[in-house]
Each structure stands twice: as structure tokens, then as C-alpha cells.
Design a protein around this ligand. Structure first.
Ligand SMILES: [Zn+2]
Length: 336
């Protein structure tokens, strides 16, 4: 038990550990990175590291077994608050409470830890109020602002925080984790190729994932054979009503389509290649080989990669959808 249990981001673990070892706990920090990196679990681990009762002689880690560690895990520890926006944004009462509470001493632990999830969701008033907390550090308090989007945050807030930038999980990290959780190698490999968007999917059961893949294969079929494109377009527009869910769905879609296209290219070069990822779809992908040239498939893969980047940049959903459909249907690509 300890920091080793956390998935990925070794560099961040190292930084947090050295804070603990040297007893230099920053007053305010920003944990910034993709949702999939599971930043909250790092914040919770850091809270354990600070308050663990068994690390007095061996600072830098936590035991996971003492009452403090157990209570922090269950979120019943009195000196740990994990806040989330009440509605679309943090309400002014929520932030005003933090200001008021800031100089109260910890009740039980070494320090009070306040974690603000989706910390970028503050309006101007809340952000300015929160600034008061940062301007007058209380010695036994720690603030961890967790976010996947630092753009809307006030520069004055950012500059007062130690920013830790998390990376997306690598395929190997995901695969190792899944094997450790009891998945067989082949399944773990398949899931790990979902790439950086895996955070939530790691918790999802395998059958649901396979069903989703099947659906995406049929979308690829429609796109390449130009059948039923209106239905795909309509489905995407319907999904885009809920922006957050849509972005998750869309990046998974684009990611999996790119992997299937990649397999088509591999199969066109060598039918018996061992480099096919979606090996269980080999027959179906073979049937699609005649619908596309290698050059066009590679162009599309590149376009899908650009799209993924744009999704991460939080581009307008309508623009993303239209660009996506255009990639598959435009003459420019079709004629190559
Ligand atoms: Zn402990």
C-alpha cells in the first residue's frame, strides 16, 4: 500500500514523495491533467501521506491501514474536504466557507486538506473570493485544485499555486494494471489500445466495451461504404447535447476508428500479419479492405489524430462532428 498502488505518472509520485520526505508541503497546488490520469486519487494519496500515523519515521509514503488512512479513503476524515461545484459552478457560499474555515486548526490530522475538483469552474466572484484564501496562507492548511482545463482560471490563482502537470496513461501502464487486476493478456492489450481516454473505461466491464467496439465497427462500415451516413450524423448531433458525455464518446469513437483503419492498412500490406490489433475482427476488416486505398486510409488516420487533438482542445462540438464526417466523405480524400 502506498504511492506505488497509483496508476501512472511516476514523475508526479516522485515529486509528492519528496515533498513529504522533506516536509515541504506546498500551501496551494494545482493538479492539472486529463481526467483519465485520475488526479483525484493522487490528491487523496497525498492527503494520506501527510496524515498517515505510521510514516513518522519513514516519511514519503503512507500505510493505508492506520485510522487516518482508512478514514481518508472512506472520505470520513474530518480534516479532508473534497469539494465539487454545486451546479455548473462553485457557489459563492462554498468559497466563502473556505475563507471562513481557513484559519481553523485541523481537528485530528497534521494538516487540513481541501481538494477542489473541477477547480476551473468558478465565476469571477468565487475566483476573487478564493484568491483571499491564497493570499493569506494558513500554516496547517493545504489546497489542491484539480482540473483538466486551466484556461479559465485567474492568472493570479495560477501564479500562487504549485502546478503539477499530469500525463495521460501509457498503453503499457494500462496493460500492466489490467493484467494485475486479473484480465488476460490479450484482453488487456486490446483495451490498452484505447489509449489516453482509458481512465473511466478501466472500471467498465469488458462486455460493455466489446459491444461499443462492435458498434464502432459498424460505423466504420457505413463511413467507408457511404451507407447510412445521415444516421451517424444524427446520432452524433443527438449525443452532443450533453457536451461532456459527447466528448468522451467522440474521442473513444475517433480513437477506435483510427485503430481499425490502421489494421486495414496492415492487412492490405500483409494478410497474415501479426501486427493486427483488432484480431477478433480480422475477417470483417478484410471485407472492408477493398473500399479504401492505403494512402487514403493513412490520410484518414492522420485526420483522426488531428481530431483527437482538437477534442482535447475543447473545440466546438458541431465543428468537430462536421469535420469528422467531411474527412470520410469529401472528394478530396475520396479521390486520392
Ligand atoms: Zn497510514
Amino acid at each position: 500500500m502506498g504511492f506505488d498502488e497509483l496508476l501512472g505518472n511516476q514523475r508526479i509520485k516522485h515529486i509528492l514523495t519528496s515533498y513529504l520526505k522533506n516536509d515541504i508541503i506546498p500551501y496551494s497546488m494545482i493538479f492539472f491533467g486529463p481526467r483519465s490520469a485520475n488526479l483525484l486519487s493522487f490528491a487523496v494519496a497525498f492527503a494520506k501521506g501527510i496524515n498517515c500515523l505510521n510514516n513518522k519515521d519513514n516519511r514519503g509514503d503512507f500505510c493505508g491501514k492506520c485510522t487516518n488512512c482508512v478514514e481518508i479513503e472512506k472520505e470520513t476524515f474530518l480534516d479532508l474536504k473534497i469539494l465539487e461545484p454545486d451546479g455548473q459552478q462553485y457557489k459563492k457560499e462554498q468559497i466563502a466557507f473556505l475563507v471562513e474555515d481557513n484559519f481553523r486548526k485541523p481537528l485530528k490530522g497534521e494538516r487540513k486538506i481541501n481538494v477542489l475538483t473541477d477547480a476551473h469552474k468558478m465565476n469571477e466572484y468565487s475566483a476573487n473570493t478564493f484568491l483571499k484564501v491564497l493570499e493569506e496562507p494558513a500554516p496547517l492548511n493545504v489546497f489542491i485544485l484539480v482540473t483538466d482545463n486551466m484556461n479559465p482560471m485567474l492568472p493570479t490563482i495560477k501564479s500562487r499555486c504549485q502546478v503539477l502537470k499530469f500525463s495521460p496513461l501509457s498503453k503499457t501502464e494500462i496493460k500492466t494494471y489490467l493484467v494485475k487486476k486479473g484480465y488476460d493478456e490479450e484482453k488487456a492489450r486490446l483495451i490498452s489500445y484505447l489509449g489516453s481516454n482509458m481512465g473511466k473505461a478501466l472500471e467498465v466491464d469488458f462486455n460493455a466495451f466489446m459491444k461499443k467496439r462492435e458498434n464502432i465497427l459498424s460505423i466504420l462500415h457505413s463511413l467507408l461504404t457511404r451507407q447510412g451516413i445521415e444516421a451517424i450524423l444524427l446520432d452524433l448531433f443527438n449525443r452532443s447535447r450533453s457536451r461532456e458525455k459527447f466528448l468522451d464518446y467522440f474521442s473513444e469513437l475517433v480513437n477506435l476508428l483510427a485503430l481499425m483503419l490502421r489494421d486495414i492498412v496492415v492487412l492490405k500490406i500483409e494478410e497474415n500479419s501479426s501486427y493486427v490489433i483488432n484480431i477478433d475482427y480480422k475477417e470483417k476488416l478484410m471485407q472492408l479492405c477493398h473500399t479504401i486505398t492505403i494512402h487514403k486510409a493513412l490520410t484518414l488516420i492522420r485526420k483522426m489524430e488531428y481530431l483527437l487533438r482538437d477534442i482535447q482542445r475543447n473545440l466546438n462540438t458541431k465543428v468537430l462532428i462536421l469535420e469528422f464526417i467531411k474527412s470520410y466523405t469529401s472528394q478530396e480524400v475520396a479521390d486520392v
